[in-house]
Design a protein around this ligand. Structure first.
Ligand code: HEC
Length: 89
């Protein structure tokens, strides 16, 4: 393997790791946003405990002070992490 190829491949790996780190940071921010906005009146309800449908109701009910962007981020976060709908048996 030539030195140039090695450099090229290391750059690829590093930029990839950076993307992972950024995704991590984004997830952390969303988690912090959730904790900041949705745990002022009660404990943090683990997203996995409720369905997204239920969270939509609560974000509407208790998220009136959120900006559009915050609401969108929160809903994205909850959609990704909420309990999956129960499958009809
Ligand atoms: C102003 C205070 C307040 C804020 C802020 C708040 N909640 Fe609540 N939350 C309540 C109260 C009071 C209840 C119980 C009554 C009810 O179900 O509406 C509740 C209940 C809930 C429940 C149902 C728990 C259960 O076991 O039935 C969920 C889920 C929930 N909130 C999610 C959220 C989310 C998501 C946010 C952020 C957008 C949020 N809450 C922000 C006051 C708040």
């Amino acid at each position: 393997m030539t030195l140039l190829k090695m450099i090229f491949i290391s750059c690829l790996i590093f930029s990839c790791m950076d993307t992972v780190k950024q995704a991590d940071a984004a997830a952390k921010n969303q988690d912090l946003l959730y904790r900041a906005k949705c745990a002022a009146c009660h404990k943090v309800y683990p997203p996995q405990k409720y369905t997204y449908q239920k969270f939509q109701i609560y974000v509407t009910r208790y998220g009136k002070a959120l900006s559009d962007e915050e609401r969108r981020k929160l809903l994205d976060y909850l959609k990704e992490n909420a309990k999956k709908e129960e499958m009809p048996q």
